[in-house]
Design a protein around this ligand. Structure first.
Ligand code: CP
Length: 324
């Protein structure tokens, strides 16, 4: 693995999941793999899980870890080629990234979209310029359009739950529903795009995406999934329901008001096959998901969050192996 910015870098998804599950069973099995090497984690946006799970995973492989909260502590970076830098940006990515590449063996970057210019965000110019100029393998800690470490943790979590109940899935394909949720802020489409991309590439479940009319995601990520704008119909027979808000892709970055009826509740879940409920966190309680659902045995959110460590560890080991 030379880099990790989307499912296209994952290789065999099941093999990556199995490696992650080996780390879950024995966290220190490769404790020397990264000794003498260093990862730099650059956060242009906030994080709790991604930041700490990546650090834990790296340390369990023996890597030295440095973290820069770049949004607060770094210079404001310029990403536009040929920019006349007489505004707020202080340093061009062309100057900063090669320096970072001299300090670390792996560079991990979190950078959210601005949600103003769709073409600019979907061109992924920030993560791609880090790849272009850093000269070391780059890992996405969430980029403008995708969140692959989250999606790998999600597939690990689904795999564990499928393996825990083999009889339930002997003669049928699991049904996974990605259900849009209300939110009071404009959020990126990253988690939803990425989840759809990974489940489609995994080929081991039927994916249904449900959202209010007009809230379609980019077909570049959803092609292969069934789109259903009737949430209750989508939930019928579901085995897993992944709840997530995203702002509009077509009316780019806009939020939908008065959509409170889309919050997932215990009542709605009655149409499912006692579905497990997923969310990447952070979650707005009683807006996206009710307390009743989040605090119920059907919720997998803690398992997902825990699995972020094993996802990161599997990816870091694969990168170390390919760049030894
Ligand atoms: N799910 C996720 O990426 O969490 P953080 O934003 O806290 O890293």
């Amino acid at each position: 693995m030379k880099q990790f910015i989307s499912v296209n870098d994952a290789g065999n998804i099941d093999q990556l999941v199995q490696l992650a599950l080996q780390y879950k069973a024995e966290p220190l099995r490769d404790r020397s793999a990264g000794v003498g090497k260093r990862i730099g984690c650059l956060f242009l946006n906030p994080s709790l899980r991604t930041r700490l799970s990546t650090q834990v995973a790296a340390q369990q492989l023996g890597l030295d870890v440095i973290v820069l909260n770049a949004a607060a502590d770094g210079w404001k970076l310029e990403f536009t080629e040929g920019a006349v830098m007489n505004g707020q940006t202080v340093e061009h990515i062309k100057d900063a990234a090669p320096i970072l590449g001299q300090y670390v063996d792996i560079l991990a970057v979190r950078s959210f979209p601005e949600l103003k210019d769709r073409e600019a965000d979907y061109a992924e110019q920030i993560i791609l310029q880090f790849i272009r100029y850093a000269g070391v393998p780059v890992i996405s800690l969430e980029s403008a359009t995708l969140h692959p470490l989250q999606s790998l943790a999600d597939v690990i979590t689904i795999t564990e739950n499928l393996q825990a109940h083999p009889n339930l899935y002997q003669n049928r394909t699991p049904r996974i529903v990605l259900s849009w949720a209300p939110h009071s802020k404009a959020l990126p489409q990253c988690v939803a795009n990425s989840f759809a991309q990974w489940i489609n590439a995994w080929h081991q479940a039927d994916l249904v995406i449900t959202h209010p009319p007009g809230w379609e995601l980019s077909e570049a990520f959803t092609a292969g999934a069934t789109i259903e704008t009737d949430q209750q119909k989508a939930l019928e027979g579901a085995d897993f329901v992944y709840v997530k808000n995203w702002s509009s892709y077509h009316d780019y970055g806009k939020i939908k008001e008065e959509a409170a009826s889309w919050m997932l509740t215990t009542q709605k879940l009655k149409a499912t096959r006692n579905a497990k409920v997923m969310h990447c966190l952070p979650v707005r309680r009683n807006l996206e998901l009710s307390d009743e659902v989040l605090d119920s045995p059907q919720s997998l959110v803690q398992q997902q969050g825990g699995n972020r460590v094993w996802a990161a560890q599997a990816v870091l080991k694969s990168i170390l192996d390919s760049n030894a």
